[in-house]
Design a protein around this ligand. Structure first.
Ligand code: ATP
Length: 238
């Protein structure tokens, strides 16, 4: 079975995220996609809204699609239950500032899946370009395949050169990639990257938070239930 994992800050989850997930579901025949808000994202400043608000918004935005599941995999430690609970809690307290590293999230998910299941990690190309700086980045490529939402202006060389250390192909190999748009599948020893074109929407959580702080309408960028939640709970007011 093909399983998707979509991690993020989701502060808030928006139509760009949902478009990427919907396209991945169809194109790669994913049975389920887990949306995993990070309690403490390692690569960003402190989120504006609490984990609980961000999880609630993800639950609202995913409610209408049967294969979309809000996930507590990166919830504050004590929420993790079962035999994995203790290990997960310890991990969280070992990492600097308790950050949620994707490698741990993927491994925790895989412990709940069958050995034969394939895990696909969903990500936007902007975030992917920083992937070499992620904790245990090479191990992450061993654990899962990547679905990267590409956009015009990026070449296949940009994607290949973003790969961490030993996985990055030599300049001789990537030379012809400079003239090729970032699309199709990049299958290299130790890394499989599927490039999804035409799904990137010009929306960001940053722009939505700014609009919310000015009291502007949000429904264009968000699931209406999420827009209503933000209004009701007075998120991003300051
Ligand atoms: P912020 O503006 O606060 O940085 P964001 O909109 O980028 O947030 P995140 O929760 O940080 O949202 O993103 C989660 C994942 O979704 C990342 O992999 C990111 O690259 C991807 N993503 C974000 N916005 C889009 C978009 N408009 N289209 C496709 N992918 C996106």
């Amino acid at each position: 079975m093909n399983i998707g994992l979509f991690g993020g800050t989701f502060d808030p989850v928006h139509c760009g995220h949902i478009a990427l997930a919907r396209a991945s579901l169809d194109r790669y025949e994913l049975k389920r996609i887990y949306f995993v808000p990070a309690n403490i994202p390692p690569h960003k400043r402190q989120p504006f809204s609490s984990y609980f608000h961000r999880y609630a918004m993800v639950a609202l935005a995913t409610a209408a699609v049967k294969s979309f599941l809000p996930s507590l995999l990166d919830a504050p430690g004590t929420v993790v239950t079962g035999p994995l609970g203790k290990a997960a809690w310890q991990k969280e307290h070992e990492s600097p500032a308790g950050a949620n590293y994707s490698i741990d999230t993927v491994r925790r998910l895989k412990q709940r899946l069958r050995k034969s299941d394939r895990v696909f990690f969903l990500i936007g190309i902007d975030a992917f370009r920083e992937i070499a700086t992620w904790h245990e980045a090479e191990a992450l490529f061993q654990e899962c395949e990547f679905i990267v939402a590409s956009r015009p202006g990026y070449s296949l060389a940009d994607v290949a050169n973003a790969l961490p250390g030993d996985l990055r192909p030599s300049a001789a190999v990537t030379k012809p990639f400079h003239k090729q748009a970032a699309k199709g599948d990049l299958v290299l020893p130790g890394a499989t990257v599927h490039l999804l074109e035409g799904v990137h929407q010009d929306i960001s959580a940053t722009a939505i938070r700014e609009a919310a702080s000015k009291g502007k309408p949000l429904k264009k960028f968000l699931d209406p239930a999420v827009a209503e939640y933000i209004r009701k709970m007075e998120l991003y007011k300051t």
